[in-house]
Design a protein around this ligand. Sequence first.
Ligand SMILES: [Zn+2]
Ligand SMILES: [Zn+2]
Length: 185
Amino acid sequence: MAHTLSCRCEKTQWQVDEKAKGSQVVCYCRDCQAHLTHLGRADLLHDGGTYLYQTTPDAVKITKGVENLAAQRLGPQGMIRYYTTCCHSPVVNTLKNRALPFVGLPLPDQDKRFGRVICYAHTDQGTSGRKQKGFAAAGMGIMIRALSAIISGRRASPFFTDSGDPLVTPRVLTLEERRAATPNR
Ligand SMILES: [Zn+2]
Ligand SMILES: [Zn+2]
């Protein structure tokens, strides 16, 4: 069984294995905010925070509309952030290569299917007034899940080709675009 996620217009769908290990977090960092703002989807921010489900890439399958995937990076070294061209919905954030099996799946809102929120990260960059919480535990969870995936040979990722390139070539935002989308707090 799997949990289904979809873009706003539902032309693109992806699934997460319900047995996968992962954590739900809220990230208030400027980069997550800039990504959604540049996409025109600041409506998905909650006091500047993005709900994310962090898991390993082998747990994710694109089940519909793979041709709608595009990707952006906020800078030449930044994460690869996939989104849909059909309705500019965020899909997944990955690292720039497959070495560390990690994905963060942006969620429109808190999603009980993925358990409670264990971490509020970079809260000083948002407007919720919350204190940062659970950051070390979330980081440790990422490392433990990644190691476990590596050790057990679960290296598949729907977001990289067999040769290790990103599934679609990400576009790097210009400095001006990045500045315009980044909150100045
Ligand atoms: Zn769509
Ligand atoms: Zn972030």
